[in-house]
Design a protein around this ligand. Structure first.
Ligand code: TTP
Ligand code: MG
Length: 396
């Protein structure tokens, strides 16, 4: 439990008891749309639909102006356009959003060593024990939002809570541009009225299944005994039982503990030009290599993921002769795999690259006697420094 206390001088500080944690969840507001409005002032204040404007097009996200007409992510573009006839449709600029995402994560790095990325625009930060260094969680949240706005001209919403589930729930409660705190003592007031789909992982299908039993809200579910839960929710019963009571012991797992680091991109239409796929793949390798180096990791293997328009997905992988974090070496391996596959190229819907079987990098210890490798490594270091100062894709 965390209590807020006031000292005689009026300064507030946290008294943490037991195993109480302080978890922050940050989620950018209308991320792709906000970037477009920032980069193109003429789009500000207008309803935007980001996505491909074709018969098969889907909305990636809608600006808040368009959301008031009922437009939202994953909606067919044709339907969104009907709901908001004056909306402006803007194509997805994946590379740009990745760049801004990296800048956002660089800002987060200053706030906690324990950062778990959840998606392109959201992350958990464990702030437990950082009060003396950074101030109280609320102040950290405000400061973080200010930094994001000052440096990126974008707004984020933040949730603060004793665990991951509640923090994520909280960040969604006052979107956009909000800070929401759920304290231990708020749980029994905040959770019961919410629909059960607010339980992490519980989808519409399960909700529809439970509805005939009179279970619509988290409060309804809390009234069911464990035997009922087991009967209707099977292996997930215990997890939902706990979540419904605001209990979630999962740790914030930083990226560096990740077993793999990857990037993938879905195209709006199938890409017929192998050269274009190769360019996208190069960017992915570059980003992955940079993340490996930032986290002091080397990959023992890589794999490519390729999906076609009919959703068939194949993968190709190889083990590297020496584990590496060197861009040129990872690219050589990825390019080799790709070119071999591309001998019988067919149009591609999604391309992805993953660095696998990661270990703490040997690179930093200067064990490499191979001069050529040392030179590559120095080049990467220079590029990383320049990119850190001037933004993500200044130099390859
Ligand atoms: P979200 O954080 O879910 O959505 P958002 O940032 O646009 O809006 P908000 O958080 O304020 O509700 O997703 C982040 C980005 O990921 C989003 O801008 C576009 C992309 N995205 C898709 O491409 N398809 C999807 O189905 C979803 C949900 C998101
Ligand atoms: Mg978001």
């Amino acid at each position: 439990m965390t209590y807020l206390m006031k000292s005689r001088t009026g300064a507030k500080y946290n008294v943490v008891m037991g195993d109480a944690r302080s978890i922050l969840h940050v989620d950018m507001d209308a991320f792709f749309a906000a970037i477009e409005q920032r980069d193109h002032p003429e789009l500000r204040g207008k309803p935007l639909l980001i996505g491909h404007d074709g018969p098969r097009g889907v909305v990636a996200t809608a600006s808040y102006e368009a959301r008031s007409f009922g437009c939202h992510s994953a909606q067919p573009m044709a339907i969104a356009r009907r709901l908001c006839t004056h909306a402006i449709v803007v194509s997805v600029r994946g590379k740009r959003y990745q760049e801004v995402s990296q800048q956002m994560f660089t800002i987060l790095d200053a706030f906690s060593p324990l950062i778990e990325p959840l998606s392109i625009d959201e992350a958990f930060l464990d702030l437990t024990g950082t009060e003396r260094l950074l101030g109280m969680a609320q102040e950290v949240a405000r400061h973080l939002k200010d930094r994001i706005y000052t440096e990126l001209r974008l707004t984020a919403s933040i949730g603060l809570a004793p665990n991951k589930y509640l923090a994520k729930l909280a960040s969604d409660m006052n979107k956009p541009d909000g800070i929401t705190i759920i304290r231990q003592e708020d749980i029994d007031r905040v959770l019961p009225p919410l629909p059960i789909t607010k339980l992490w992982g519980l989808g519409k299908a399960t909700a529809t299944k439970l509805e005939p039993h009179g279970v619509k809200t988290i409060g309804d579910l809390r009234r069911q005994p464990m035997s009922w839960m087991k009967q209707h929710l099977g292996a997930d019963a215990e997890r939902y039982f706990n979540l419904a009571r605001g209990i979630d012991h999962r740790a914030v797992v930083p990226d560096r503990a990740a077993k793999s680091i990857g990037h993938e991109q879905t195209f709006e239409v199938d890409v017929r030009d192998p050269g274009e796929i190769r360019r996208v793949l190069f960017d992915q390798v570059d980003q992955v290599a940079r993340r490996l180096r930032r986290q002091g990791l080397c990959a023992h293997g890589i794999s490519l993921k390729i999906r076609f328009g009919d959703f068939e997905t194949i993968s190709r992988s190889l083990t590297l002769r020496d584990p590496t974090d060197i861009t040129a070496e990872l690219w050589e391996a990825a390019r080799g795999l790709f070119d071999k596959w591309a001998q019988r190229f067919q149009p591609v819907r999604l391309i992805g690259m993953v660095a696998e079987r990661l270990t703490k990098g040997e690179g930093q210890m200067g064990l490499f006697l191979d001069q050529n490798r040392e030179r590559q490594r120095e080049l990467d270091r220079v590029a990383d420094r320049i990119n850190a100062r001037f933004g993500a894709t200044t130099i390859h």
